[in-house]
Design a binder for this molecule. Structure first.
Ligand SMILES: Nc1ncnc2c1ncn2[C@@H]1O[C@H](COP(=O)(O)OP(=O)(O)OP(=O)(O)O)[C@@H](O)[C@H]1O
Ligand SMILES: [Mg+2]
Length: 361
């Protein structure tokens, strides 16, 4: 099913909704708490205007804001909606650090001082906060350092304002993904889980250890890199290569004969997949070295590129770790008498992890 242009459900204004400003697709979602769980109220998506984003960063807030306004109108939300969005990328820092013990009321100041060592941008131009994780001994404690530059947060707010909506909150994508993971796979969070978000312009690996985010890395590749490789190898314009990727793209796991088109697409994307593997291995090795020989128990894939055929089986085989594809809707109910059904959402599920996490806030 095509997500684009297709809207579900909808309720009017002053509502809070999640907005995922993606490089390929702008997505909006609304959920509500029921007595027994969470119900999906609205879900919609629209292609991101071309050239409005580059490498995951906002380039043209006006074009994006106008597209968001259109998306909200079609989703029957409209102006005035309070939107929760997120930022992602290598400048978003979330990592456990060891620091001297400080009282809770002093943590906000102390963490800014500590952050200087870990950030590639000035602390004075960033949002920085700390979450105490545990006491190590009477002198030191482990704290989650959370930081993002003001510039990217302000760009997300600007998009929302152009759409005549209110920025309710700007969150950090790894923390947003944790929320949807908690909803759709609460039993998995007790293990060591790597959630791999494979988007269009960029990807990320987020390792949760007993529910705490302990490592995250941005990987500078995504579905666009696969499409570009197909376009270059087969001499096709981007749009055609994109269609071909979705239709016939597949990771070949063995030497079983396949149609020539499938084989040539695979030959084109293979070097990109190898780069992805190298980046994932780097994070898994880092985790292994940092946590005294512990290994990750499970890979969970999300993002639209998780839908590339047999990518899950390929990663399982190469990394020797069980691998599943995320479904943020699995523990949600769907409203009665609506076109929101589990079957209609199956194909969208992996790419909706971020927007559902945002709506859950
Ligand atoms: N069936 C499919 N097979 C392969 N790739 C697919 C398939 N369906 C979607 N994709 C890819 O998924 C990507 C879009 O995923 P997603 O919506 O998660 O990205 P985004 O959030 O818009 O981008 P980003 O997170 O990089 O800013 C596109 O590159 C698209 O080609
Ligand atoms: Mg994304």
């Amino acid at each position: 099913m095509n997500f684009l242009g297709k809207m579900f459900g909808g309720s009017r204004s002053q509502a809070v909704a999640g907005l995922d400003i993606g490089s390929a697709t702008l997505k909006v979602a609304q959920v509500r708490a029921t007595g027994s769980g969470t119900e999906l109220v609205t879900l919609g998506g629209l292609p991101t205007p071309p050239e409005a984003m580059k490498n995951g960063a906002v380039i043209d807030a006006t074009a994006l804001g106008m597209a968001v306004a259109e998306l909200l109108e079609a989703a029957r939300l409209g102006p005035g909606t309070r939107l929760v969005a997120s930022v992602a990328g290598s400048q978003v820092i979330i990592r456990p650090i060891v620091m001297n013990q400080v009282a809770d009321r002093e943590l906000a100041g102390a963490i800014r001082f500590e952050a200087e060592r870990y950030l590639a941008y000035p602390v004075s131009q960033a949002q920085v906060y700390g979450i105490k994780l545990r006491d190590i001994d009477h002198k030191s404690m482990e704290t989650l350092l959370v930081a993002a530059p003001n510039e990217i947060i302000n760009s997300a707010k600007e998009v929302i304002k152009v759409a005549q909506c209110t920025p309710e909150a700007i969150d950090l994508e790894p923390l947003v993904l944790r929320r949807s993971l908690k909803l759709c796979a609460p039993d998995k969070l007790q293990y060591r889980v790597a959630l791999v978000n494979l988007g269009a312009a960029q990807s990320s690996i987020n390792i949760f250890r007993e529910g705490v985010l302990c490592h995250n890395r941005t990987i500078p590749m995504g579905g666009h890199s696969l499409t570009q490789a197909i376009g270059n190898n087969l001499n096709l314009p981007f749009e055609e290569a994109e269609k071909l990727k979705k239709l016939k793209g597949e990771v070949l796991l063995d030497t079983t004969p396949v149609a020539p088109a499938v084989k040539s697409i695979y030959n084109a994307i293979q070097p990109v997949l190898e780069r992805l593997l190298t980046d994932l291995r780097r994070s898994l090795d880092y985790y292994h070295a940092t946590y005294k020989g512990e290994s990750v128990d499970l890979l969970i894939l999300c993002g639209g590129t998780a839908q590339l055929k047999k990518l899950d089986a390929y990663l399982k085989k190469e990394l020797q770790i069980p691998c599943v594809i995320a479904d943020p809707f699995v523990n949600m109910t769907m409203p009665k008498n609506s076109n929101l059904t589990r079957a209609s959402l199956r194909e969208l599920a992996p790419s909706a992890m971020t927007v559902i996490g945002l709506a859950l806030r």
